[in-house]
Design a protein around this ligand. Structure first.
Ligand code: PLP
Length: 398
């Protein structure tokens, strides 16, 4: 059982059918290139949903993982490990947050934010507060806690009632003001709504949320699962708004492809979740920590933040040219750094464009209703960006 058709038969018969994969099996990757089992090459403009920060098979990441696997894979959080503590030092230094809790995914990092916000008030001797404010069109994850925050009916439908969350329109500070009160524990926000369609917070929105949260004594919670770890050109996207949240959720790009999530917070929140109140068996294990530590080290060594800003500007300019060439097909382009989107007009079928691009050797993802999302490895080259845009140009001409 090693050919592509044989493996596809296993998937069709036995894999839980909650996704809609095309009929191909990925075999290997190098940088921003992927090859399937049939030997077809793809240019990777999505990096496993903004995960493969350093691209595929980055030699320093492969080596760090191999070395760590030969020394120590896992001991649980009942003991410290040196690799994890090196990561703690690097992550807190690079983000400016003094405390970090490790988990295994974005959903779990958001769940930690939610539990932190809910428990902080009673733990600090204040009256109970449970309610959290979130935004329409947001995506915060799939567990029932994180799903209760997610502001998109298509993800929530069929899962029954979820409570304790108020949703208001993204970008609307007046709606936020009208919805807050002394019972509010926190406001959770993505600096750019990624799954929602790569929608940037309007200027002043994050600063406005900071002010409102301070006025009503609630916490400001940043979901940087997709935008964090350099994706927009700064370690956290919030930095570009000059705003500091009380706590931050990270995951996707942090491990460069190895599952790891993190919740960062201020020292004032260090008492909210004392021993016994929260935890994770795998969270921050040595293998995952070795990956994240390497990602952070390479980002610094190779000056990837500056590179993302440069390549992001290059990409934005190329996408604007592409949009100008296809006025009836592209409505707009938007995004920041290496999280951008080509938004198709209502007349277009985004799924069909995505499939044609894939057939032509370019991998993208859909976000929102009509956005083709571009979230490549931070190491992608300008030549590769040009190659992918040329493919999109051909597909849109056809
Ligand atoms: C992907 C994502 C999540 C969920 O992360 P998982 O690792 O899939 O659990 C949460 N929030 C945002 C903003 C995301 O993009």
């Amino acid at each position: 059982m090693s050919t592509q058709p044989e493996l596809l038969a296993v998937a069709a018969e036995h894999l839980y059918p909650n996704y809609r994969q095309p009929a191909l099996v990925m075999a290997r990757g190098k940088g921003s290139e992927l090859w399937d089992l049939a030997g077809k090459r793809y240019l990777d403009f999505f990096a496993g949903i903004a995960v493969n920060t350093l691209g595929h098979s980055e030699p320093r990441l492969s080596a760090a993982l191999a070395t760590q696997a030969q020394e120590l894979l896992h001991v649980s959080n009942y003991y410290y490990t040196a690799t994890n503590l090196h990561l703690v030092a690097a992550l807190t230094r690079l983000t400016g947050y003094p405390r970090v809790f490790f988990c295994n995914s974005g959903t779990e990092a958001v769940e930690a934010l939610l539990k932190l916000a809910r428990r902080h008030f009673t733990a600090s001797g204040q009256p109970e507060r449970y309610r959290v404010l979130s935004f329409d069109n947001s995506f915060h994850g799939r567990t029932l806690g994180a799903l209760s925050l997610t502001g998109q009916p298509k993800y929530r439908e069929g899962f029954g009632p979820m409570s304790g969350v108020t949703h208001v329109p993204y970008g609307d500070l007046a709606a936020v003001r009208a919805a807050v009160g002394p019972d509010l524990a926190g406001i959770i926000v993505e600096p750019i709504q990624g799954e929602g369609g790569v929608l940037e917070a309007p200027p002043g929105f994050l600063a406005g949320l900071r002010a409102i949260a301070d006025e009503c004594g609630a916490l400001l919670l940043a979901d940087e699962v997709q935008t964090g770890i350099g994706r927009t050109g700064t370690m956290l996207a919030f930095e570009q708004a000059g705003v500091k949240a009380d706590a931050v959720a990270l995951a996707k790009g942090l491990g460069g492809g190895v599952p790891i999530g993190a919740m960062l917070c201020t020292e004032a929140l260090a008492g909210a979740l004392p021993p016994g109140t929260h935890g994770s068996t795998f969270g921050g294990n040595p293998l995952a920590s070795a990956a994240a530590l390497t990602v952070l080290t390479v980002i610094e060594q190779d000056s990837l933040l500056a590179a993302v800003t440069r390549k992001g500007a290059f990409l934005a300019q190329r996408l604007a040219t592409l949009a100008a060439a296809h006025p009836g097909k592209i409505a707009t382009t938007r995004g920041l750094g290496l999280l951008q989107a080509v938004v198709l007009t209502e007349a277009m079928d985004p799924g069909a464009v995505l499939a044609k691009a894939r057939d032509a050797g370019l991998l993208l993802t859909l976000a929102g209703s009509h956005a083709l999302r571009i979230s490549p490895a931070l190491t992608i080259t300008e030549a590769e960006l040009d190659e992918g845009i040329a493919i999109l140009d051909q597909v849109l001409k056809g």
